[in-house]
Write a protein that binds this ligand. Structure first.
Ligand SMILES: [Zn+2]
Length: 393
C-alpha cells in the first residue's frame, strides 16, 4: 500500500528555503512563458512542449532534473483542472496566473538514494545532496517520492515521504456491514443495526461557517479599496491566512471523524462500510460564494476519502449507496414523510428516533435488502463528542 509518512525537517532552514524558492521560481517562470506565448501567438503549450522548454529555460537550477520537472508539472496540473472546470460549465474558472514565490519541492524516486537509514535527496549536478535521517520504520521500505512541505500552521518544514510497503491489504471476506450517514449537523452517524454511533463535531461546521463569514467581510472591505494598493494586498493576505488556518483545522477534525468511523467498523467486525452517496458537487469546485454555502458546509468528499483510506488499511471495502429518501422512510413501518428537525417521528406507527440514525439504518437496509425500512433502528446509541476540543484524540 502507498502510505505517506510525515516528519519534521531538521535541515538548516536556508537550504530548505532555497529548494522551495527554486521550485516556486520554476513554476512561475513556466507560467509566465505560457502566457507570453499565448499573447503573442495564441497557442497554449502542451506538456510535451513544456519538457523542451524546461531543458532550455532551466539549465541553471539548483534542483535535480526531475524535481525541476515536478515543479513545472505543477503548472500543467493546475491548468488541466481549470480546463476541466470550464468544460463542466464553470466559465469563470481561471487559469493559473499567480506568482508563486514558494512551492513544495518534489523528489521522485530517481532522485533518492537510501543508505544506512539515510535518504540522499539529489540536487543539481555538483551540489551536495540533502541528507535526511529516516525514521526507523521507514528505513527498509520502498520510497516512491519525497516532498518538502512548509507547514504554515506551525511555521516549520516537514518531510512527506511517500512509501510503498509492498503489502496489499488483506480484504476481509466475512463480516458485518455498517452504514454511514453524513449529515449537516453531525459529520457522520454509523450503525450496524445493533448499535449506532453519532459523531458530532460542531467545530467542523463552525469552521466552515466562520470562514465563509470572515471571507465575505474581507471581500466587502476589499471591494472598497484600490486594486493593487497596499491595503488591498494586506487584505488579500488576511483572506489567504483565514483560509489556511481554517483548512488545517478542518483537516485535523476530518481525520478524527474518519478514525472514529473506522474504529467503530473494526469493533463491529465489519467487512464493508456503506456510505450514502450525496454526489459531492460542492467539493473542490468553486461555483460562487452564495451557492457554495447553500449546498454544503461539509467537505463530504474529503471525509469519504479519509474514511476510504483508513478502511482500506483494515481490509474493509467502501461501497456507495443511493441516499434518496433514506432519512424520510420509517424504519419501523416503511411509510414515508419529510422529517422536520433532528428527530424522526412517524405519523403512521408512532415510531420516534434520531433522524441521522434513521438515515444510516436505511442506507444499510438498501445495501442488505435492496429496499428501505428493513433494518431495525439500533437499540443502543453512543455519542462521540470528544474531539470537540482540538488536540485531543
Ligand atoms: Zn412508521
Amino acid at each position: 500500500m502507498i502510505l505517506t509518512q510525515v516528519f519534521r525537517a531538521m535541515q538548516p532552514k536556508s537550504i530548505l528555503d532555497e529548494c522551495n524558492m527554486e521550485s516556486g521560481r520554476i513554476y512561475t517562470r513556466t507560467m509566465v512563458e505560457h502566457w507570453r506565448i499565448w499573447r503573442k501567438h495564441e497557442v497554449w503549450l502542451s506538456q510535451f512542449d513544456d519538457m523542451h522548454m524546461n531543458d532550455f529555460l532551466f539549465k541553471e537550477t539548483t534542483l535535480h532534473a526531475h524535481s525541476r520537472d515536478a515543479a513545472q508539472e505543477g503548472f500543467a496540473k493546475a491548468a488541466k483542472t481549470t480546463h476541466a472546470l470550464r468544460k463542466a460549465g464553470i466559465a469563470d474558472a481561471q487559469f493559473p496566473h499567480k506568482t508563486k514565490y514558494w512551492k513544495t519541492t518534489v523528489w521522485k524516486n530517481t532522485g533518492i538514494r537510501v543508505r544506512d537509514g539515510i535518504a540522499f535527496l539529489a540536487r543539481a549536478r555538483g551540489l551536495a545532496p540533502i541528507c535526511v535521517q529516516l525514521p526507523f520504520d521507514l528505513q527498509h521500505l520502498k520510497i516512491v517520492e519525497a516532498r518538502l512541505v512548509y507547514n504554515r500552521k506551525i511555521s516549520r518544514y516537514e518531510w512527506h515521504f511517500v512509501i510503498d510497503d509492498g503489502k496489499e491489504p488483506i480484504m476481509r471476506s466475512e463480516g458485518a456491514s455498517v452504514g454511514v450517514d453524513k449529515g449537516e449537523i453531525h459529520p457522520a452517524v454509523i450503525t450496524d443495526g445493533n448499535t449506532a454511533l453519532v459523531i458530532s463535531a460542531r467545530e467542523l461546521r463552525s469552521t466552515g461557517q466562520g470562514l465563509a463569514k470572515a471571507i465575505s467581510i474581507l471581500d466587502a472591505r476589499k471591494a472598497k479599496m484600490k486594486r493593487g494598493s497596499k491595503r488591498y494586498k494586506r487584505m488579500s493576505k488576511a483572506k489567504a491566512k483565514a483560509r489556511r488556518v481554517a483548512s488545517a483545522r478542518q483537516r485535523d477534525i476530518l481525520h478524527k471523524v474518519s478514525r472514529a468511523v473506522v474504529e467503530y467498523a473494526v469493533e463491529a467486525n465489519a467487512k464493508e462500510i456503506i456510505i450514502g452517496d450525496v454526489r459531492d458537487i460542492a467539493d473542490g469546485i468553486n461555483i460562487g460564494k452564495h451557492t457554495n454555502q447553500k449546498i454544503s458546509l461539509w467537505p463530504h468528499g474529503k471525509l469519504r476519502s479519509y474514511i476510504a483510506y483508513k478502511a482500506l488499511m483494515q481490509g474493509m471495502e467502501i461501497l456507495l449507496e443511493d441516499e434518496h429518501h433514506t432519512t424520510q422512510t420509517c424504519p419501523n413501518c416503511g411509510s414515508r414523510k419529510k422529517p422536520s428537525g433532528r428527530i424522526y417521528s412517524c405519523g403512521e406507527c408512532g415510531f420516534v428516533g434520531h433522524r441521522d440514525v434513521v438515515g444510516a439504518s436505511n442506507i444499510l437496509s438498501r445495501r442488505l435488502f435492496g429496499e428501505l425500512g428493513r433494518v431495525q433502528i439500533a437499540s443502543e446509541m453512543y455519542r462521540h463528542p470528544y474531539f470537540l476540543k482540538q488536540g485531543h484524540a
